[in-house]
Every structure is written in C-alpha cells, then in structure tokens.
Design a protein. Structure first.
Length: 357
C-alpha cells in the first residue's frame, strides 16, 4: 500500500511540476487579455449576421480563458447585446475547448504538434457549429428561446461575469489573472491532476490496444466518458496525458479534449435556453462529428508505427528544480486565490450584493 501511495504521489507531483510554469505564464497572459478586451469591441465583431461574425466569434473565443461554465454568462451577455445565433454558438463551441492557459499547459504535457491540432480543431468547431446553426435554425426553433442570467456568484461562477464595458485597471487584470481565474480552475484542475496521477499509477502502459487504442471504439469510449463529465480545458489535459500513457491513441485523446470541455450539462442547458432545441442538437452533433474526424486524421497523420511504438507515449519524468518551484508556486496560488475569492463572495453576500443577500 505504501509503495502504491508513493508512486501515486510521485506521478501526480510530476504532472503538476511539468505543467505549472506554463500555466502560471498562461495566467499572466489571461490577465493581460482581460485588460485589453472591451465589450464594445467584441459586440461590434459579433453583432452582425453572417459568416464573418461566426469566424470572429471563433477567433475571439479560442484564446479567451473561460471554462465550460464561465463562458455561459459571457455568451448570454453577448447574445443580449445583439450577437447573432451563429456567432453565439461559435463562441460557446470554441471558447471552452481552449484558452491561453490551457494552450500553454497542453504544450507543456503533450507537445507543440498536439497543441496546434487542438487549437485548430477548436477554431474549426466554432466556425462550423456557428455556420450550421445560422443555416439550419434561421427561422425555426425559436419558441422558448430565452437568455440565461448573465451570471452571479450563486450560480457557481466565482465572480466571472461578462466583459467589462471598459476602464479596466492593471490591478483588475492582476486580480483576474491570479485570483479569479485560478479560483475558477482550482477544483477541476486539482481533480484532473489527482485522476491523472491515479490513472498513471493503476493502468498498465499497454491497457489500450488495437481497436481500444485508436479505432472507432476508442473514439466512442472517449466520447462516452467526456460527454457527462464536467472537465475544464485545463483540467482535462493531465487526464488525456495519462490515458495516452496507458495506450490510448493521440486521436482518441483529442476527442476527449474536444468533447469534454464543450458539452457538460450546464453548457448544453445554456445553449438550449439561448438558441433553442434544434440549435442545441446541431451544436452537439457538430462537436462530436468534428472531434471524430480530427481524431481519425491525427492518428492517420502520425501513423500506426509511431503510435504503437510508444514514441507519442509519456515517459517517466523527473521534474527539474525550476519545475518543482513552479509546482509549489502553482499550489500556493490556487489555495490563496480560492481563499481570497471566497472572502470576496462572502463579503458581497453580507452586503446584499449577491444572491439576494
């Protein structure tokens, strides 16, 4: 038992340390984006109907560091401000799949090629889902279409609301990058790291073989796991890393990383309320279809020998000193951010600023 716990702790910490420096840098860039992005600018890009707004929504959504639930109030605000149905669907599809923080974390654990493919697929998903929603639901499926509330601390959104109309200060950017965003990600990220450490410890390297590694059955398993599972774009990365180490093909892991963050229950309900039943079905179908096609093409491009030969598999990793320091800083930041954000919400509740106080 002690040997198991020791190996589990080592695997979990190795993943944390390898990921931490890139994630900390991602938080800093996220704060900068929060300072620079203005609601009026986004509304102007997304407010016009047509393919241009859909493409703009995907371009804006890919680097924006919003997870599956945090994207809902932002999308609701954009919809209320005049964003079209297609642009809203595009934003909801592309945004939770990536983000500047998860892009850097993906690079840390899975390399540049996987990162480029993941970002490209998120962009394509956004464009295709938005285009199809515009084309197939233009004059139909409008009954019951409503706009969810823009967000509050009682809905699980830890202080994340729609973009500010302007006047943000560097202090607000720092708070967003190193308090709000880490607090939002902390639970899912820690859970993802612990599950990844457990998977790496328990599952043998050759568990997924043959059809279970990279065929349609592997894609089906990855989809079935990710659809009901709430996993953010960043927290899902160490889990995908561990599954690849157990023999799952990179293509099937890509399916897991695409479908999981963009299809949790909260997002599906939000799409249903904002865009209607038919648009929701188009949205889900597009995500699954694009992820499967991308996974198949990725595996085909890598080749069977490269995948089965273990060249894309994870190996035993010993963190360097700077990575260990980064891991300690990351854990300290997550703990401090959750504490500070909790105090802010508690104080807001006392003054009646949230949840009816």
């Amino acid at each position: 038992m002690s040997a198991f716990l020791s190996q589990f702790a080592h695997n979990t910490w190795a993943l944390t340390a390898e990921m931490a420096p890139y994630l900390l840098f991602g938080f800093a860039i996220a704060g900068l984006l929060h300072l620079l992005i203005r609601e009026a600018w986004v509304r102007k890009l997304l407010g016009r109907p047509g393919l241009g707004a859909v493409v703009n929504a995907s371009l804006v959504g890919v680097p924006m560091p919003l997870c599956s639930c945090s994207v809902i109030p932002v999308a609701a605000s954009l919809r209320k401000s005049g964003a079209g149905r297609g642009a809203t669907a595009s934003f909801l599809s592309s945004t939770p799949q990536t983000g500047v923080d998860s892009i850097l974390a993906t690079y840390a654990l899975l390399g540049g090629l996987f990162t480029a493919v993941r970002v490209g697929v998120a962009f394509v998903c956004g464009i295709l889902s938005g285009f199809l929603v515009d084309r197939l639901t233009r004059e139909s499926d409008r009954r019951g279409e409503t706009t969810p509330p823009v967000g509050s601390c009682c809905s699980g959104e830890r202080g994340r609301t729609a973009p500010d109309p302007g006047g943000k200060t560097p202090g607000e950017a720092l708070r967003y990058g190193f308090v709000t965003l880490p607090a939002d990600l902390a639970g899912a990220l820690v859970l993802g790291l612990l599950l990844a450490g457990l998977i790496s410890t328990v599952l043998p390297p050759d568990l997924f073989q043959g059809a279970l590694s990279g065929g349609p059955l592997a894609f089906l398993v990855a989809t079935a796991i990710s659809l009901p599972l709430y996993v953010c774009a960043t927290g899902s990365i160490p889990m995908a890393y561990a599954l690849i180490a157990a023999g799952l093909s990179p293509g099937a892991a890509l399916v897991f990383l695409i479908v999981g963050p963009a299809t949790n229950t909260a997002t599906v309900v939000a799409v249903w309320k904002m865009l209607g039943r038919k648009a929701t079905l188009v949205y889900l179908g597009c995500l699954v279809a694009v992820s499967w096609m991308a996974g198949y093409l990725f595996n085909a491009a890598l080749g069977t020998e490269l995948i089965e030969g273990g060249h894309y598999h994870t190996e035993a990793f010993q963190p360097a000193l700077w990575q260990n320091i980064g891991g300690l800083l990351l854990l300290a930041l997550l703990a401090a951010a959750m504490w500070l954000n909790g105090r802010t919400i508690k104080n807001a509740g006392r003054t009646g600023a949230c949840c009816g106080g």
